[in-house]
Design a protein around this ligand. Structure first.
Ligand SMILES: NC(=O)c1ccc[n+]([C@@H]2O[C@H](COP(=O)([O-])OP(=O)(O)OC[C@H]3O[C@@H](n4cnc5c(N)ncnc54)[C@H](OP(=O)(O)O)[C@@H]3O)[C@@H](O)[C@H]2O)c1
Length: 297
């Protein structure tokens, strides 16, 4: 399988699946890897995979993404998200592959009141955010023109577990719903994000930091409300709560709205509004459920 155009890590995850589909739709060759086929804690396996596949680009979506779980296993988070990314960057540089590393709004502390620019100071509040920041530093430290860090936020895609799926499941089961009102961010639809990432690669824009999210901002409560409305469940009572009341182990930024202007300028357009993306998600998620979903890489 030499000469693959794209190597996608975390290929079975929300974004990895969307990237595989987006590559397929554009006729781009891609190979996906995951925990079994290329464990990110294994430097030799990473190097061997890149030497075998010789991709033109690595799209690095693989990560420990359980934000609360990272608080109880910080070593695991730093090992995979930090060191694993460093090893991947080192291997990509060695084979001359470009790299797109997916990072997160959780590198910010949420104290801002306007959208975060790509060069805004970072101060992660959680182990997850700090481990992803370590990965960013490892990638940017190479100073390569074809190494990118792309921060995104509040990702949801067809199939699998995510926020809108959880809201719909709970609403349909008749359980009471209470959602956080005091965290504001940008929901991001995985297929829209995948398209934007492939556009970024095609643009040959110089390496650096990018912010990518669907257009528009809301609270988690606003996100849930938009999901219920789009699903025709707008009459269901949606209670409110604060982040403090939810008592989650990992602190989250209260404000993590990303300024996506740099990427929009390169693409000639922003990502679509998240309200539009939610409607498309409903259709795609139902189709994925009917098809059985699951990993097939
Ligand atoms: N989800 C969000 O809201 C969000 C927000 C901001 C940024 N991001 C970033 O965007 C990227 C993609 O997120 P996502 O939502 O698609 O994540 P996801 O659905 O949780 O998928 C993550 C993938 O990482 C792989 N992985 C985990 N541990 C690994 C290991 N030790 N070795 C190799 N692969 C491993 C898993 O592969 P297997 O399935 O094979 O185990 C999994 O498919 C991540 O880098 C994440 O940090 C996500």
């Amino acid at each position: 399988m030499a000469g693959q155009q794209f190597l996608i890590t975390g290929a079975g995850g929300q974004l990895g699946r969307a990237l595989r589909a987006a590559c397929g739709a554009r006729g781009l060759a891609a190979v996906g890897v995951g925990t079994t086929s290329m464990p990110l804690h294994d430097r030799a396996a990473i190097r061997a995979t890149l030497e075998r596949e010789r991709p033109a680009w690595v799209l690095h979506c693989g990560a420990v993404t359980n934000v609360d779980g990272c608080e109880t296993d910080p070593l695991g988070a730093y090992r995979i998200n930090g060191l694993g990314t460093a090893w991947l960057a080192e291997a990509a540089a060695a084979v001359g592959a470009g790299l797109v590393y997916m990072s997160t709004d959780f590198v910010f502390d949420g104290s801002a009141t306007t959208p975060y620019a790509v060069d805004a100071p970072v101060r992660p509040l959680s182990v997850y955010g700090a481990s992803k920041r370590l990965g960013e530093e490892a990638v940017l430290g190479h100073g390569r023109a074809d190494f990118h860090v792309v921060r995104t936020s509040w990702v949801f895609g067809p199939g699998g577990k995510n926020f809108p799926r959880a809201i719909l499941d709970r609403a349909r089961s008749g359980q009471p719903l209470k959602v956080v009102t005091d965290q504001i961010g940008c929901p991001t639809y995985a297929p829209d994000l995948a398209d934007a990432l492939l556009d970024l690669v095609a643009s040959r824009a110089p390496g650096g930091i990018w912010h990518a999210a669907n257009d528009g901002q809301c609270s988690w409560h606003g996100f849930a409300s938009a999901v219920l409305q789009a699903a025709g469940l707008g009459a269901i009572a949606l209670g409110t709560q604060t982040a403090a009341e939810l008592k989650r182990p990992a602190p989250r930024p209260a404000w993590s709205v990303l300024d996506t202007g740099k990427l929009a300028a390169v693409r000639g357009r922003p990502l679509p509004p998240h309200t539009d993306a939610i409607r498309r998600w409903l259709v795609a998620d139902a189709a994925t459920a009917q098809a059985g979903g699951g990993k097939n890489y």
